[in-house]
Ligand binder design. Structure first.
Ligand code: UD1
Ligand code: MG
Length: 459
């Protein structure tokens, strides 16, 4: 099969410099959704028609040329003279021996299953159209049937009052025998209300040749909903998120409110996972059995181990969290944070590019960057690893069972030996030996003769 994706329209109503098909839905460009769905059908040829937005669309398509997938062709449509004219631009790329499926780059949520049903219904010798009954069909092409058979499509602007009362609409998604499509497109005229070459006019041509025109219906109306404005984009985003939420609920995940979760990527959950309201998941996130995620947390490309509790308002990116760990509230795990079993990272603690081994704790107000922290280490409130001299970064090593007193600065490169204790307020610039108390602190003195100043009376 050939697949042609129409993406040349300008999307004026988006009120944006970004081409419409590059606006993200669930963190992914609209066109990317369509390409991903098309690829599920393993097309021999895949061609994207672009126009507005300069090089942005072909550049986005060029980034797809990775992995096992066949390359995607692009064709420029300039000027844009209608949907039929758009498909004409793809003709040199298409293989005549297989049918051609036409998709829209701004209709992101069509399921591969619905497309397969359409393609199967059409076979190799019929024209197939994905249609839907719509309570408010205003603005869309209507399916005109005689004795139940599709005979043509009429656009809103060209329709009679009687035709406008038809509720079955053309989604725009069609599949056609390629050689016939070639002929029909070459004979299109633009003699209509919009002065455009309508793809929809191929239907009457097929019927005139005696070809059977079949239709298939998507499982839900939103599968064929297009995005023309930010309002429609926001509506489809909520629809998509609700679908993902329902899938998670069916898998046994507890969502405190399925209307208040956002997944922009893939979220994989074990058994008995609970997610409170307002959480955002980006990229690939996995939550193992029994994980609880507190309200308003953001998790990006991270793996969270079994039984972990993430308290509210955490930001976790590029991190691995070991089983039974406790994180937050208000914790920040940055890329390269690897936490072992039952590690505790508390409020206002930031961990970056560091490993923290089992049972270690940093419960309050600390920065752990470029560090290797052993097991059962206690990091006191206010501890900072000074990893950066303004030019280079250095590592801090804290061995097993060390105790770092509050408000210490560990100036890297530096090592705290196993079982060492660092006195509160220490600025550590040389290695601290294992098992000993090390501190840098001016001795405490009391000045017996000192007296508080008294307020001088104004004359
Ligand atoms: C089209 C259909 C209409 C259908 C509706 C569904 C035609 C003539 N009409 O209407 O029957 O109900 O879609 O939404 O086909 N595009 C190009 N180049 C162009 C024109 C359009 O690439 O020259 C692309 C657009 O980017 C968009 C798609 O084709 O992805 C549909 O274009 P749009 O103008 O939104 O369709 P309508 O004319 O509203
Ligand atoms: Mg139009």
């Amino acid at each position: 099969m050939n697949v042609v994706i129409l993406a040349a329209g300008m999307g004026k109503r988006m009120q944006s410099a970004l081409p419409k098909v590059l606006h993200p839905l669930a963190g992914k460009p609209l066109l990317q959704h369509v390409i991903d769905t098309a690829r599920e059908l393993s097309p021999g040829k895949l061609c994207v028609i672009y126009g507005h937005g300069g090089a942005a669309v072909p550049e986005m398509v060029a980034r797809q040329h990775t992995g096992a997938h066949a390359a995607i062709d692009t064709a420029l449509q300039e000027p844009q003279l209608g949907t039929g004219h758009a498909v004409m631009q793809a003709l040199p790329q298409l293989d005549d021996s297989v049918p051609t499926l036409i998709l829209y780059g701004d209709v992101p949520l069509t399921s591969a299953a619905s497309l397969r049903r359409l393609v199967v219904a059409a076979g190799n010798d019929k024209l197939g159209i994905l249609t839907v009954e719509q309570a408010n069909p205003f603005g869309l092409g209507r399916m005109v049937r005689e004795n139940g058979k599709i005979v043509r499509i009429v656009e809103e602007k060209d329709a009679t009052a009687a035709e406008r009362s038809i509720c079955e609409i053309n989604s725009g998604i069609m599949v056609a025998p390629t050689a016939r499509l070639r002929d029909w497109l070459s004979s299109l005229s633009n003699n209509n209300a919009q002065g455009e070459y309508y793809l929809t006019d191929i239907v009457a041509k097929a019927v005139a040749e005696g070809m059977t025109v079949v239709s298939a219906q998507p499982a839900a109306e939103w599968e064929v909903a297009g995005v023309n404005s930010k309002v429609q984009l926001a509506e489809l985003e909520r629809r998509y998120q609700l679908n993902l939420a329902h899938t998670l609920l069916e898998q046994g995940v507890t969502l405190m409110d399925p209307a208040r979760i956002d997944i922009r990527g893939s979220l994989t959950c074990g058994r008995d996972v609970t997610i409170d309201v307002g959480c955002v998941f980006e990229g690939a996130v996995t939550l193992a059995n029994g994980v609880r995620v507190g309200a308003h947390s953001v998790l990006v490309n991270s793996a969270i181990g079994a039984g972990v509790q993430i308290k509210p308002f955490c930001h976790i990116e590029g991190a691995q969290v070991g089983p039974q760990a406790q994180i937050g509230p208000y914790a920040r795990l940055r890329p390269g944070a690897e936490l072992g079993q039952e590690v505790h990272i508390g409020n206002f603690v930031e961990v970056k590019n560091s490993t923290v081994a089992a049972h270690s704790k940093a419960n309050h107000l600390a920065y752990i960057g470029d560090s290797t922290v052993g097991a059962r280490v206690n990091i006191g409130a206010g501890t900072i690893t000074c990893n950066y001299d303004g030019v280079n970064k250095f590592r801090t090593i804290i061995e097993d069972d060390a105790f770092i007193g509050s408000d210490s600065q560990l100036v890297a490169p530096v090592t705290v030996g196993a079982g060492a204790t660092i006195g509160a307020g220490t600025t550590l610039t040389r290695n601290a030996p294992a098992g000993k108390l090390t501190m840098s602190r001016a001795r405490q003195i009391t000045i017996d003769s000192w007296q508080r100043p008294v307020k001088i009376a104004k004359p």
